[in-house]
Design a protein around this ligand. Sequence first.
Ligand code: HEM
Length: 263
Amino acid sequence: MSNIIEGYLGVTPDTRKSRLPARLDWWQSATGLFLGLFMWGHMFFVSTILISKDFMYQVTRFFEGSFIFDEPKPILVSMIVFIVFAIFIVHAALALRKFPTNYRQYKIMKTHTVVLNHDDTKLWFVQAYTGFAMFFLGSIHLYTVMTQADKIGPYASADRVVSDWMWPLYILLLLAVELHGSIGLYRLAVKWGWFDGKNPKAARKRLKKIKWAVTVFFLTLGFVTLAAYIKIGIEHKDNYGERYHPSKIVKMPSCCLHQGGVV
Ligand code: HEM
């Protein structure tokens, strides 16, 4: 009965305001924070190709459990992707509550943005559009790497980017995720007042500068990395499907060793 009252009136049976919306907002922030920070890590791992093919190969092997198992275990990567995919879907479902539910609402929000000419409201729209785009672009990528986790590496990734035509999707996804992620982390910091200190107004100005610096940094890193995969993919076109064999074994720090000292 109480759920029906709360569902229809948004208040609990004893007429107190329902805490559910605030709880859902908290979970949207928590999943957003996780995905935002995950993407920073992800971009650094994917961009190891800029250091060398050998290094990207070793990082891939590391995620396949080379520090424990003799044979690579791509299933470990599939499991990580499955968890990230689940959090991605929960975050998207929670965000749906904020989307305009009809054209009238959309028009009101749009007019609001123009009339107020408020930067953060405009950023909200960029986040809504990029979030919508990632419903599709992100899901394609996540499903692909989850089901083809054994095909990650200097040649396998480059073949997917060029010969499997993933580069157009990656260009759009890179733009969407970097804008969405950095705006999201900025809005979280403002919403929860993490860096407010004594002068929240000055803190917000500073945060906005940092937000744009982070956006430019990760977009630059992302496009340079994508260019590297495209270059390798074009050179490797005739040998599509051939796997990369490291020219030399990179000595991993002792913490990542299993017996014998070499990965
Ligand atoms: C655990 C989950 C994930 C794994 C294992 C993963 C793995 C990879 C790998 C191996 C690449 C290199 C290209 C390739 O092999 O096809 C890549 C590229 C990329 N991924 Fe992911 N990814 C994950 C999650 C995500 C998510 C959630 C997003 C955004 C919603 C994302 C966005 C991208 C983008 C934009 C690129 C292109 C990189 C660039 O342009 O430099 N990835 N990912």
